[in-house]
Design a protein around this ligand. Structure first.
Ligand code: GCV
Length: 604
């Protein structure tokens, strides 16, 4: 598939004279820019800083900025992109075509495109990449064996000049699967020896490998719990094998009971990560990083920050975001994640009300699931490129503002013409709210079609084993997660526990995440919950209609291919918004038999 560079933020370099200086006082990867008598200069302490400084300078020139006196350094040392690419070439939760790296059970790629991709990622500061899915299936388990290692090393080579290190997702059961051992028990000496030998071999081929990523005891993956061992036992045996090489274990915390009985109202999936990991604080080795999804559910449109973030004083943590739009429109619907990320990074975490703690001592890595593939425009929806760009910016500096980041992306991608930039910025900035309006209401989550997760199905997950219930009845909806209910709120700092436990102080957009409420409860707007649901679902459709009108009005200012492809996506989004409106409104109307106050069409 051919690909286009000319419609990405990283366009052909503007020619300019550049002076590079070394300033050892600058922090690692940081830079200082200046422009004196027309000569631009980048000062840095290291080569990575020089690279990032050059990109920052080029951005400023392309955006027509005049103030070049900038000093910047990353707030987070590891800025990681996780691909969920299978070795077959199929991308799990991928909406942009086939894998950039794999095909038919092999590593297979277009080197020119991959070089461009590495440059693209480096241009926003991404410095780690994992090519293969955390669900390590088929031959991908063999990426750490002699069979596939030479090809992996060749791929790593392309990323090296861009200061991007490789992470490999490995199967916890590798000692059995690959080594033929009788067990993968982390406390078994033979298993430790096997991991050491595997690490030695991988590092001989890729000496600067960042480490191994593991999804264990999660959604049918093997793990230490199944062997009667702790998550720390599992993570540490691998970490000890990697340590002599300077490598790390990235250990995912997405551990929950995925075979729950829906009749069991006490087991509450959002509690799982904290319950499994927090008591183990202090028992993980220094080169283990716990990778924690931002919310306790699973990349939903609306959920609180995970109580595990910031709750372990003695354990290194990474926050995991999802750029690929699994639950957020699948790159058909417009959804600029920057708005949600700004909220996540400025929302309270469990042990403090101060945002800096989310990105302070404990959070040393920001990671996200990639949204790219072999589609010509890389991301399926052309405007979804903004999400990859924004990820880099937020990972570098979690204190970024969505408005600034998206404004820069528009300027770099489509130019700085205000007649285009302002309406498009408004579309992007409002897109998360619009999507939320026509989706599951007030933080209730999981009203999506099962398995593929696009489109509405109010009870699709209601009687399933995944622990995802809203328990709507004729009179009320939601799960009581306070001390009177599942006790989930107690996992937060007392300040937050109190805030979330009282419906009067709980942020309304998460009311049904924390509480079971009657439909006639009056919100701050003066509306009942039910009328709020009806209104937002009608509004969501109108908002998408307005997006289409705005986009059409900008036609003369847009490149034709981008104009046409985005218009096609917006029209599909409108169909989706209408489907959500009608299914959700009818669902609640049938349950409650309370009509819409405004008498609009709700199908009986
Ligand atoms: C990679 C969700 C997704 C799965 C994904 C999993 C995870 O359950 O639906 O596709 O698997 O999260 O994050 O491990």
């Amino acid at each position: 598939m051919p690909y286009r560079e000319d419609r990405l933020w990283l366009q052909t370099d503007a020619p300019y004279e550049l002076k590079c200086e070394t300033d050892l006082a600058l922090p690692p990867e940081g830079y200082r820019l200046s422009c004196i008598n027309g000569v631009y200069s980048v000062a840095s302490a290291d080569e990575a800083g020089k690279l990032y400084g050059s990109y920052a300078l080029r951005e400023k020139i392309l955006l027509g900025e005049t103030d070049f006196s900038v000093t910047s350094a990353p707030a987070v040392s590891e800025r990681i992109l996780n691909h969920w690419d299978n070795i077959t070439g199929v991308v799990e939760r991928g909406y942009s075509g086939a894998s950039l790296f794999f095909q038919n059970g092999n590593i297979s790629y277009d080197p020119e495109r991959i070089r461009f991709y590495a440059r693209l990622l480096a241009s926003v500061g991404i410095n780690r990449i994992c090519f293969n899915n955390v669900n390590v299936t088929g031959r991908s388990a063999k990426l750490i064996t002699g069979e596939l290692l030479p090809d992996l090393a060749a791929l790593a080579e392309i990323f090296r000049p861009y200061h991007i290190k490789i992470i490999v997702a490995v199967d916890f059961n590798s000692p059995v699967m690959l080594g033929g051992l009788p067990t993968s028990d982390p406390l078994d000496e033979g298993v430790a020896v096997w991991w050491r030998a595997a690490a030695d071999m991988v590092y001989a081929a890729i000496p600067d490998l960042a480490g191994f990523l593991v999804k264990a005891d999660s959604e049918f993956r093997a793990g230490p719990a199944a062997l009667g061992r702790t998550q720390a036992d599992g993570a540490n045996v691998i970490a000890r094998a990697l340590k002599p090489h300077g490598g790390k274990t990235y250990w995912r915390c997405f551990v929950y009971n995925c075979e729950q009985d829906w009749r069991d109202a006490q087991t509450d999936r959002p509690k799982a990560a904290y319950d499994h990991f927090q008591p183990l604080d202090g028992t993980f080795d220094g080169n283990v990083i716990l990778q924690i999804k931002y919310g306790p559910s699973d990349f939903q449109v609306r959920e609180p920050n995970s109580p595990l973030l910031g709750a372990m004083r003695n354990t290194a943590q990474a926050i995991e975001l999802q750029i690929t739009q699994e639950y957020t429109g699948q790159q058909i619907d417009l959804y600029a994640l920057a708005a949600q990320w700004e909220e996540i990074f400025t929302s309270p975490v469990s042990d403090t009300r101060q945002t800096r703690d989310l990105v302070g001592r404990e959070i040393i890595a920001v990671t996200a699931v990639a949204n790219t593939g072999r589609d010509e425009n890389w991301t399926g929806h052309t405007l979804a490129q903004a999400n990859l760009y924004a990820f880099g910016r937020f990972a570098w500096n979690p204190a970024e503002k969505a408005k600034d980041v998206l404004n820069d992306w528009i300027g770099l991608t489509f130019g700085t013409e205000p007649q285009l930039r302002e309406p498009l910025l408004n579309m992007l900035l409002t897109s998360r709210d619009v999507y939320e309006k026509y989706n599951a209401p007030l933080g209730v989550c999981w009203m999506v079609n099962i398995h593929h997760h696009y489109g509405p199905s109010p009870e699709g997950y209601e009687f399933m084993k995944w622990g995802t219930y809203h328990r709507a009845s004729r009179t009320s909806i939601g799960v009581d997660r306070t001390e009177k209910g599942t006790g989930y709120t107690a996992q937060y700092h007392p300040y937050l526990d109190k805030l979330y436990s009282d419906p009067a102080t709980c942020p309304e957009e998460m009311l049904l995440y924390f509480h079971r409420m009657p439909y006639d409860y009056i919100l701050k707007s003066g509306k009942t919950i039910l009328q709020h649901i009806y209104d937002t679902h009608f509004e969501g459709v109108e908002d998408v209609e307005n997006y289409i009108a705005t986009w059409i009005s900008m036609k003369p200012l847009l490149p034709d291919s981008a104009y046409q492809s985005v218009l096609e996506r917006l029209r599909r989004q409108l169909d989706n918004a209408k489907e959500w409106r009608d299914v959700i409104n009818t669902y609640f109307y049938r349950l409650t038999e309370i009509p819409d106050e405004k008498g609009r069409m709700i199908y009986p």
